[in-house]
Design a protein. Structure first.
Length: 153
């Protein structure tokens, strides 16, 4: 079924929701490989290449975070890679899926509604419009069972 799954993470508690789901999915797909991506979208991340900047402390923390996720996935028996990108999250995720030859993008969503989505939109919504790769969206929930109020990062 799926051979290579791209998993965008945002360095928040909601990441474990999608990672748990993807572990099960990858196992049923004969241990599909997993590519973990985090898109840093701060000023330094968006300008690092054009201005020949060093990684910010936030980007270093993000890199350590995704490396730890990939290491944990590999310990669980999954081939895993990690990618730290910078820029517009939806655009970078779609480009990564194509570049890395992923056949599924699996991501957690927060279930935003109302003014937040009107003003900012959501990465998931934009991604499903620009990517030709199928997008699986899993709604993250708080420990209380209620949908999350929005991103934490």
């Amino acid at each position: 079924m799926y051979q290579r799954i791209l998993v965008p993470v945002e360095h928040s508690p909601y990441d474990e929701v999608i990672l748990e789901h993807v572990r099960k999915l990858a196992r049923t797909c004969n241990d599909a490989s997993i590519v973990v991506i985090h898109v840093a979208d701060g000023w330094a991340a968006r300008s690092i290449n054009e201005l020949d900047l060093r990684e910010s402390e936030e980007m270093k923390s993000d890199r350590e975070y995704i490396e730890a996720i990939a290491d944990a996935l590999e310990k669980d028996g999954f081939p895993a890679e990690e990618i730290l990108a910078g820029g517009d999250p939806a655009t970078e995720i779609a480009a990564c899926a194509d570049r890395e030859k992923c056949d599924l993008i699996a991501m957690a969503t927060h279930g935003h509604r109302g003014l937040s989505d009107v003003l900012r939109g959501s990465v998931a919504s934009e991604l499903r419009h620009i990517s030709m790769v199928p997008v699986l969206m899993v709604r993250a929930k708080l420990a209380s069972g209620q949908p999350s109020p929005g991103p934490t990062a």
